[in-house]
Design a binder for this molecule. Structure first.
Ligand code: SF4
Ligand code: SF4
Length: 439
C-alpha cells in the first residue's frame, strides 16, 4: 500500500473554523421512522421519477414506489411501511415546491429487499444494474445518479478516487462512516473499481481526520491497489476538481468532467450505499446526517429515513435553543437556509445545522477595497469581484467570457472578502442568467 506523508493540496482556498468537535466523537444513532414521510419525486439531478403507486396504496419499506424517467433520473423506494395518503406538492430543502409522495407510517414494519449478490463473483454489468435498480445517487451534493457516473462514454478510467475530505465546517458524517464502516467502504470501493475496470483506488482524506486515516490504513494493509492520501485541511478540498488536482495532479479543464482525465470520484456515503445495495439488497432509503450547531440541544450523527421532516429530526435531537438564529441544510459554506421545517430530508442530505446568535453574524456591506483577497483564494483562478460587478451591470456575456459559468459556487471568495460583498450570491445570479440567455 502506498502512503504519502506530504500534505497535498490545491491552489487557493480558505481555512474556516471547523466546529467538528461538536459531533466528531458521536457514533451514529438510528432514528425510528417518523409518523409520516414526504418523499420528493425529484431528489436527484435529472428528471423526477414517475410514481408507481396511488393514494391508498399500501407499501413496504424498500418497495419501489417511483421509477426513473429517462437516462438521468433515479428510482425511489419507500423508506417506511405504510399507506400512501396523497401525491401532492410540498416544499423541499432547496426551497422549491416539488411533487412528493406522502406516506403514513404503520407501526408494524415489513421489509422488501432485493436479493443479495456475491461481491466476489459479481460482474461489472451486474454492479451497474444493481446500483441503478437501488436508486443510488451521489451523496456529495449534486445527487447525480450513481450508475450514470459509472458508465463513462468510451473513456479509460485509471483511478477511482473516494472523497473523504468532508471539508465543510460542522459536518462529521463521512468521518464517522470512515471509522464505523471502514471495511464496507473498502469493499464498496473495490466494487466501483470493478465496475469501471480501474486498476487503482485512492482515498483522499483531510489530515485533521487522524482516526479515520489510521483505521483505513490498517484495514488496507493487505491491499496493494488502494492508497490513502492525507490532504491539507482546507476548504474546498472536497470539490472534485480540487481533489483530483491534489491527489493525482491532473487538471480537469473547464467544461470537462473527471472521466475526461481518467478518473471517477465518489463520496464515502455513496460507496457504502453501493456496498449495501449489492451485499444486502438494500435500496437507498436512509440518509446519514450530522445534526449540529450551538442551537441544537443534542447534536448527533444520525441515520434517518428519507422523507423525514426536518422538524421531526430536530425534535429527536432535543429541539432548538431559544437563541437560535438560522437553520441550514448542508454545510455552512454551500448549504441552504430553511424557511419551512416541514421540508423532508432526501437521499443526499448531509447535515442539519441549527446556528445560534454567536454563530450567525449580520455583516454590513461596504465598497470594494480592490484588495484582491477574493482573487487570491478562488481555487478556480476566477476574478470574483469582476464577475459580481459584471452581473450587477447585467453584462452577462462579458461575465461568461470571464468564466462565470465555471464557478462552483463554493463561497470561498465571499468568506474572504473584508468588504462583506455577497460575491457568490451575485455570481450565482449571473451564472444562471449567462446560462439561460446566452446559448
Ligand atoms: S464561489 Fe466561484 S468565484 Fe468564488 S471562490 Fe468559489 S469558484 Fe471562485
Ligand atoms: S475581496 Fe472583496 S473588497 Fe477585496 S477585491 Fe474582492 S470584492 Fe473587493
Amino acid at each position: 500500500m502506498l502512503f504519502f506523508n506530504q500534505k497535498k493540496t490545491f491552489r487557493g482556498g480558505i481555512h474556516p473554523n471547523t466546529y467538528k468537535e461538536l459531533t466528531e466523537d458521536l457514533s451514529f444513532e438510528i432514528m425510528p421512522p417518523p409518523k409520516q414521510v414526504i418523499i420528493p419525486l425529484s431528489q436527484h439531478t435529472g428528471k423526477p421519477a414517475k410514481p408507481l403507486i396511488n393514494k391508498g396504496t399500501k407499501v413496504k419499506t424498500g418497495e419501489l414506489i417511483a421509477e426513473q424517467d429517462g437516462y438521468i433520473s433515479a428510482n425511489i423506494h419507500s423508506s417506511v411501511t405504510g399507506k400512501v395518503i396523497k401525491i401532492s406538492s410540498a416544499v423541499n430543502v432547496n426551497g422549491f415546491i416539488k411533487e412528493s409522495i406522502f406516506i403514513e407510517t404503520d407501526e408494524n414494519e415489513e421489509f422488501c429487499k432485493m436479493p443479495s449478490l456475491n461481491i466476489e463473483a459479481i460482474t461489472a454489468e451486474e454492479i451497474k444494474t444493481r446500483i441503478k435498480d437501488a436508486g443510488i445517487v451521489g451523496l456529495g451534493g449534486a445527487a447525480f445518479p450513481a450508475y450514470v457516473k459509472l458508465s463513462p462514454p468510451d473513456k479509460k478510467i485509471d483511478y477511482v478516487i473516494l472523497n473523504g475530505c468532508e471539508c465543510e465546517p460542522y459536518l462529521t458524517r463521512d468521518y464517522r462512516l470512515m471509522i464505523e464502516r471502514t471495511d464496507d467502504i473498502i469493499s464498496g470501493l473495490k466494487l466501483i473499481m470493478k465496475a469501471v475496470n480501474a486498476s487503482k483506488g485512492i482515498i483522499g482524506i483531510e489530515d485533521n481526520k487522524i482516526e479515520a486515516i489510521n483505521k483505513l490504513k490498517k484495514a488496507l494493509s493487505n491491499y496493494s491497489d488502494i492508497s490513502i492520501i492525507p490532504l491539507k485541511t482546507k476548504y474546498p478540498q472536497g470539490a472534485e476538481k480540487m481533489l483530483i488536482k491534489a491527489v493525482i495532479n491532473r487538471e480537469v479543464p473547464p467544461g470537462k468532467l473527471p472521466f475526461d482525465v481518467g478518473c471517477i470520484i465518489h463520496n464515502i456515503g455513496t460507496t457504502i450505499s453501493i456496498y449495501d445495495a449489492i451485499s444486502k439488497g438494500e435500496p437507498q432509503i436512509t440518509a446519514a446526517i450530522t445534526v449540529s450547531g450551538k442551537g441544537i440541544n443534542k447534536p448527533k450523527n444520525l441515520i434517518a429515513r428519507v422523507g423525514t421532516p426536518l422538524i421531526d429530526i430536530i425534535n429527536f435531537c432535543g429541539g432548538i435553543k431559544s437563541n437560535t438564529k438560522k437553520i441550514i441544510v448542508g454545510g455552512p459554506m454551500m448549504g441552504i437556509a430553511q424557511y419551512d421545517l416541514s421540508a423532508p430530508v432526501t437521499k443526499a442530505t448531509s447535515g442539519i445545522l441549527v446556528l445560534n446568535d454567536e454563530e450567525v453574524t449580520n455583516f454590513k456591506e461596504t465598497n470594494c477595497l480592490r484588495c484582491g483577497k477574493c482573487v487570491e483564494v478562488c481555487p478556480l483562478n476566477l476574478i470574483p469581484t469582476r464577475l459580481a460587478r459584471l452581473t450587477q451591470f447585467k453584462k452577462y456575456e462579458d461575465a461568461k467570457n470571464l468564466g462565470i459559468t465555471v464557478c462552483m459556487e463554493c463561497g470561498t471568495c465571499t468568506y474572504n472578502c473584508p468588504a462583506n460583498i455577497p460575491l457568490v450570491q451575485w455570481i450565482r445570479l449571473g451564472k444562471q442568467k449567462a446560462m439561460s440567455i446566452i446559448s
